[in-house]
Design a protein around this ligand. Sequence first.
Ligand SMILES: Cc1ncc(COP(=O)(O)O)c(C=O)c1O
Ligand SMILES: N[C@@H](CCSC[C@H](N)C(=O)O)C(=O)O
Length: 438
Amino acid sequence: MAAPNAIANAMSRLDLEGHDLPPSPAPSTPSNGRRYALATELVHTNVGDQHHAANMPIYQTATFHGGPGQQYDYTRSGNPTRTHLENHLAKIMNANRALVVSSGMGACDVITRILKPGDEVVTGDDLYGGTNRLLTYMKENGGIIVKHVDTTKLDTVKAALSDKTAMVLLETPTNPLIKIIDIAGISTAAHEASPNAVVAVDNTMMSPYLQNPLDLGADVTYESGTKYLSGHHDLMAGVIGVNNLALGDKFFFMINSTGCGLAPFDSWLLLRGIKTLAVRMEKQQANTMAIAQFLEAHGFKVRYPGLKSHSQYALHWSQARGAGAVLSFETGSIALSERIVESTKLFGISVSFGCVNSLISMPCRMSHASIDPALRKERALPEDIIRLCVGIEDINDLVDDLSQALVRAGAVTLTKDGFVAREVEGETGTTKQVVDEP
Ligand SMILES: Cc1ncc(COP(=O)(O)O)c(C=O)c1O
Ligand SMILES: N[C@@H](CCSC[C@H](N)C(=O)O)C(=O)O
């Protein structure tokens, strides 16, 4: 029989409804008395292993022996490798608590499960296709009212907010139009309109290395760990960070109930990836800036917040520490864009971003294909848009690869001084009338 104090310990982990509370409330680690620069914090964690292992071991087990009161009983409810990752993430996300799940969409699902029928969600009109798909499902099947508005305009967002607003879901920069959203301004407005509204920010494009939404007034920061945090496209993960521990408990309840907590091996792999986040991101950003300048100098319309020509340059730099490594540009023709995408050799045709390898894609055909074409048109998502997700390769090789692709695809006109983007008939500003050539 278990000792009385073990039973008392176990009981103290149950809430009033008898829900199992998290095995580890995730304090930050390490606690050094002072905070190091993020690049240092990313690398160092107190493993605290009984055998002094230098890296956190993989607790590849479903169950743990013992009775009530012990920290771990079953990996769906908690696992030491996952807890260590969560502690490490809480530290680098400036969060009181972090939780990790099996994908970025899994994180979005956990967060939006706190909504009830009749609740209102205010969100953007340029969102990752999967997020749009989940919200549409909830609207059509869960009785949730979803308002898609232009979140770049604070007044438009304010007009959509009311005391019925239960959640505001933001992305910044947005995928793939690279629009910048005022996190602090919208968080304040949302809480004024509805004090209990949860402002959740998808931080996938930036990672905690470049942007910390909780510091700007958001209630939840989440991201696809599949991208920059892991950096190698060898795992799927989703990460959630909160300061409000009661909200963290609600999310943990969902994770334990639905069983989407990140598996021990993937937790270990993600921990490994996070250590190199700073060096990868610095190199990827520098490469992206050079490519953005190269494309702009040759006459392409480029969307990248590192360029002064970005209409929300000042807003972006008021809330982020870097421009990231995703840019998009337009050609004026779907067929031309297809030829460019098919002509690169180093930029691989693939969805996703954040990997050490450079990638090229056409969002309307790939990552955002789940958005109905009519809706894409309504939201002014150009069908010809090309997204570049820049990796850590040598910049001269990348520029050379892109130059050759632009020439091979016929996207540029050769001049005695080099080349310039070819004018495509039918172009009408940002919402292009895309003309397909024969
Ligand atoms: C901005 C953004 N959020 C969330 C997700 C979902 O992440 P995951 O693929 O890990 O489910 C993605 C991509 O998939 C994304 O681009
Ligand atoms: N077939 C997938 C597409 C994943 S897109 C991944 C990533 N977020 C991106 O923007 O490239 C799906 O249907 O979700």
